[in-house]
Design a protein around this ligand. Sequence first.
Ligand SMILES: Cc1cc2nc3c(=O)[nH]c(=O)nc-3n(C[C@H](O)[C@H](O)[C@H](O)COP(=O)(O)OP(=O)(O)OC[C@H]3O[C@@H](n4cnc5c(N)ncnc54)[C@H](O)[C@@H]3O)c2cc1C
Length: 388
Amino acid sequence: MRILVVGSGPVGLMFCAKLSREGHECVLIERHDFNQTFSRASTLQPATLELLSEFACWPELLAQGEVVSDVMSWNLERSTQQRSSYDALSAQTQFPYRLHLHQAALRAELIAELQASRCCCLVDKADAVALQFDRCNKGVSVRVNRFGSSGLSQTFQGDYLILCDGARSVLRDQLGLRFEGYDLPTPVVRLSVPMIPDSLQGQLAGVSYVQSEGGSVSCLKMTDGWRFVLRPRLSELRQALAGTAWARQRLAGVFRDCVPAQWWESIPAMRDSYRVAQRCVKTRQVQRVFLLGDVAHVTNTRGGLNMNFGLMEAYALASCFLNHPDWQALQHWNLTWSRLTQDALMARTQQLLAGRTPRFLRPSSESFGALMRASLLDLLSYSKSLRR
Ligand SMILES: Cc1cc2nc3c(=O)[nH]c(=O)nc-3n(C[C@H](O)[C@H](O)[C@H](O)COP(=O)(O)OP(=O)(O)OC[C@H]3O[C@@H](n4cnc5c(N)ncnc54)[C@H](O)[C@@H]3O)c2cc1C
């Protein structure tokens, strides 16, 4: 059985790594150079750590990431703090923590693992431009344009095609699938700094959701500094996207009681921004083509839920293929993960869209269950069970 995979983001790599680990061959097609590194998502949840821990690169991933056990919500206006610890999950998982790891590091380690396994044929600088089913529905082919080879075009044939080519997939459009939902009016702005003053560090947990008069800020501790995630209003958009001044001013205002305003002006900082949407496809399967990750769903990025969910469904589909699936088993995977996308992923992230405090940080007797759901541990059995 020959499986073609388009897209070497974290989700496509997870799918190939699981197949390769069990000695199953696949072909991975990527538009860019495999050595290209850029960082986007940064949070791996406990359920995903359970899956990644079976790979040879796990010790390297753990060594490169920041282990975060404590989460807090801090309302500066009301001077209230609510803390929660992942230790509460110790009986449920070997990994009662989040791992903050740059997406680029996860990608680099999984690519190195695939190269070492020799089961995966890695094809980079190859833009997949068209797909076609064969007449008897026995296979599927993908046409790619190879960059750097004077526009050479090449066709790959396989029994199945797995699309992991991200939110802007052109192949999804060719299947006639609609990516239904809506875009949020303003993007998320991130400011990364190499350090913060002790006066602030002493107050924050490894993940802190801070509410203040001026808006909400999420603070993430990374191995190489801190990431602040800010949500500008529509009226602030122009300044927010022009350099770092807006983000520095916002942080100076939010933390005015513990950090002198000038400190934010002098610290070296990197800003980036990205659009946030709430969109998904209704089905993950069209004949012999399956959709995984951002090509199938994009949501609010808080807690990295969208990427983590994509990694879990990729592991589940690879396990399904390793079990010599019949149509029924593959359709069962499609129905299960299409339903979970609506009922779990979209529903959970919808609650966070308004920047509200996560449920597990609200004082309530349900906080344990909410922490399980935020860690995606309640969905782990769907990743690990192969059949109905
Ligand atoms: C700027 C930015 C910042 C983000 N920040 C965060 C964050 O802070 N937290 C968070 O949780 N999430 C964040 N996200 C979202 C997160 O990065 C995604 O959820 C995650 O990368 C999804 O992985 P994926 O493998 O499904 O898709 P992607 O990572 O998008 O990977 C798709 C891959 O397919 C390749 N590809 C696309 N089209 C083709 C083609 N035609 N032929 C061949 N290859 C193709 C692309 O080059 C890419 O390598 C961010 C996204 C962006 C864009």
